[in-house]
Design a protein. Structure first.
Length: 509
C-alpha cells in the first residue's frame, strides 16, 4: 500500500481545515468576551495545521494518481482523521461526554446532523457544529470529483454534465473542475446567507442557517420557526443544495465567460457585448433547465408536495390551505435534500405523509450535490434501463439503448448502479440487524440505519424513536461507521476489504 499518497491527502485536508477555527475564535473573543474559549479554538487550529504540515512532510511530492485501494482507504479514513481535531471544542466547551462528542462530530462532518448536543449549550458550539457540516460537505464535493470516481466508477459524475469527463485524482495541484466546484459552493453559501438575512434573521443566525442548509447538515437549530419568510428562504437554499454543483459551475462559467473578455467599460455599453451576453445567458439557462435530473427533481418535488398536502390538509390541526401548503412543501424539500429540518412535530403526521418524506430522503438530490441518498440520476438510469428491457422482451429483434441528456449510457455504468443498489440494500439489512441487538425494536433499528446511510439524522423521529443517545458505546461507534460508509457511497468498504485480502495473499506468497 502506498501510504505516502494517503498522507498527502490528509495533509491537504487538515491544512484546509485549520482556518475554519478562526471564525469561532473571533466569535468567542468578540461576542462572548471569553479569551479562554477563543485561545482554545486558536490552539486547536494551530495543532490541526501542524498535523497537516507533518503529513505533507512525510508524504513527499506526490503527483501520481491515487490507486483504487488507496482511494478506498482515503475515503474511509479522512472523516475519522479530521474528527479527531473537530471533537476538541465539544469536549472542552460543552457539557457532553467524549464518546457523544465524537458521535456528534462524525455526524456533522458527514452532514447527518444527529443533533445530540444538550439544550442550552453555548452559541459558539452551534456555530462550530454548522462549520463542521459545511466543511464536511465541502470535503465530500472535492472527493466526488477526485477520489470517489476511482472507487465507484464514473457512472454519475461523468453523466452529470451530459458528456464523459475524466475526474482524475491527481495530487500536487487541484484539478480545474474541483476548483470551480469549490467556488460555486462558496457562492451558493453567500447566496443562502443573503436569503436568510432578507428574510429577517440576524447576522449570525443567517450565517448558521446558510451553512446548515447548503451543506444539507440540518439539525435541530432553526431560528424563525413559524416565520413565513424564513421558512421559504430555507426551502430556496435547500433546493439549491439539491442541485448538481458540477452543473452549477458549468452554467455560471458559461454565463460569466463574456465578462472575462472585457478590457474597458465601453465594451459593456456596446450592442455586440449585450447581444453576446444575452445569448450566453439564455443558452446556459436552457442547458440547465433541460437537464434530465433537474426536470425529474422538479416534477418529483411538485408531485410529493401535492400528495403530502392532500394527506395533511384538514388533519394534524392544519385546516388553513396556506399553512398546509407551507408545511407540506417545507418537509418534502427538507427530506429530499437530506437536510432533515422540521418546523413542527412530524410524529403526528399521517403515515402516508411519513412514507412520502421517507421516500424523498432515500432518493436524495442530484448526483453532483452534497445530499445523501441514492441520487436521482441512478434512479432515472434504472427506470430507463427497465423500460428498455421491457421493450426488448416484447420485440426481441429491437436494438435498445439508454441515454441521459442525449448521452448514451455504457453497460458498465448500469452494472455499477445495480451493484450500488444491491450493496445499499444489503448494508441496510445487515446494519439494522446488528443495531437491533442494542436494545432497539426493529423499526428503530431500521430507521437509525437508514438515517446514517442517507445522512438524514431526523429520520428516526418518523417512527417516534428516541435519539442516538440511547445507544450503548458499541452502538454509537457502529453508527459512526455507518455514517462514514453511507457518506462515501458504500463501495469504499468492500473495495478496502478486498484490497486488504489481496495484500494478505501477496504476503503469504
Amino acid at each position: 500500500m502506498k501510504g505516502k499518497i494517503i498522507f498527502h491527502f490528509y495533509g491537504q485536508v487538515l491544512t484546509a481545515f485549520s482556518p475554519v477555527f478562526l471564525l469561532p475564535a473571533i466569535y468567542a473573543a468578540v461576542m462572548m468576551k471569553s479569551p479562554r474559549i477563543s485561545i482554545m479554538f486558536l490552539a486547536v487550529g494551530l495543532l490541526t495545521a501542524g498535523a497537516g504540515i507533518i503529513f505533507w512532510y512525510f508524504s513527499g511530492k506526490q503527483t501520481r494518481r491515487l490507486p483504487v485501494f488507496e482511494s478506498s482507504i482515503t475515503l474511509l479514513t479522512v472523516y475519522p482523521i479530521v474528527s479527531i481535531f473537530g471533537v476538541v471544542p465539544f469536549v472542552f466547551v460543552g457539557h457532553i461526554s467524549p464518546i457523544n462528542a465524537l458521535l456528534e462530530t462524525v455526524s456533522d462532518f458527514t452532514s447527518a446532523g444527529l443533533s445530540i448536543l444538550p439544550e442550552g449549550e453555548p452559541y459558539v458550539l452551534l456555530l462550530w457544529q454548522s462549520l463542521l457540516m459545511w466543511f464536511g460537505s465541502l470535503i465530500f464535493l472535492i472527493l466526488l470529483v477526485t477520489v470517489i470516481p476511482e472507487v465507484n466508477g464514473n457512472f454519475g459524475t461523468a453523466l452529470s454534465l451530459g458528456r464523459g469527463k475524466n475526474f482524475s485524482p491527481m495530487f500536487g495541484q487541484m484539478s480545474d473542475i474541483a476548483g470551480r466546484v469549490i467556488k460555486t459552493y462558496f457562492i451558493l453559501t453567500g447566496a443562502g446567507f443573503i436569503f436568510f438575512k432578507l428574510a429577517g434573521l440576524k447576522f449570525w443566525d443567517s450565517l448558521l442557517m446558510s451553512l446548515r442548509c447548503i451543506s444539507t447538515g440540518g439539525g435541530d437549530f432553526f431560528p424563525g420557526r413559524g416565520n413565513l419568510y424564513v421558512e421559504y428562504a430555507a426551502c430556496a437554499v435547500m433546493i439549491l443544495a439539491c442541485g448538481n454543483f458540477l452543473l452549477y459551475s458549468e452554467t455560471l462559467n458559461k454565463i460569466f465567460s463574456p465578462l472575462s473578455q472585457i478590457k474597458s467599460f465601453k465594451q459593456i455599453q456596446s450592442a455586440e457585448f449585450v447581444k453576446n451576453f444575452s445569448n450566453e445567458f439564455f443558452s446556459a439557462l436552457k442547458v440547465f433547465f433541460t437537464n434530465s435530473e433537474v426536470k425529474v427533481f422538479a416534477v418529483g418535488i411538485c408531485l410529493c408536495t401535492s400528495l403530502f398536502l392532500a394527506s395533511v390538509f384538514g388533519r394534524d390541526g392544519i385546516g388553513d390551505g396556506n399553512d398546509a401548503f407551507r408545511y407540506a412543501l417545507f418537509h418534502v424539500v427538507s427530506f429530499a435534500s437530506t437536510t432533515g429540518i422540521t418546523i413542527s412535530d412530524i410524529t403526528t403526521t399521517h403515515d402516508f405523509g411519513k412514507f412520502l418524506i421517507f421516500a424523498a430522503a432515500i432518493c436524495g438530490g442530484s448526483i453532483g450535490s452534497a445530499t445523501g441518498g441514492i441520487k436521482i440520476m441512478r434512479i432515472l438510469i434504472l427506470l430507463r434501463f427497465t423500460g428498455a428491457e421491457i421493450k426488448k422482451t416484447l420485440h426481441p429483434r429491437m436494438v435498445t439503448g439508454v441515454s441521459i441528456n442525449k448521452t448514451p449510457i455504457p453497460g458498465d455504468y448500469v452494472s455499477g448502479i445495480f451493484g450500488f443498489f444491491f450493496l445499499s440494500a444489503l448494508t441496510l439489512f445487515v446494519c439494522a440487524g446488528i443495531l437491533s441487538m442494542d436494545n432497539l425494536i426493529f423499526s428503530e433499528a431500521v430507521a437509525m440505519t437508514a438515517a446514517c446511510l442517507t445522512n438524514v439524522g431526523s429520520l428516526p423521529g418518523l417512527c417516534g424513536a428516541e435519539n442516538f443517545l440511547q445507544l450503548s458505546i458499541f452502538g454509537k461507534f457502529f453508527c459512526m461507521i455507518i455514517l462514514i460508509v453511507g457518506r462515501v457511497e458504500i463501495f469504499a468498504l468492500p473495495v478496502a476489504i478486498a484490497g486488504l485480502k489481496n495484500l494478505r495473499l501477496k504476503k503469504s506468497w
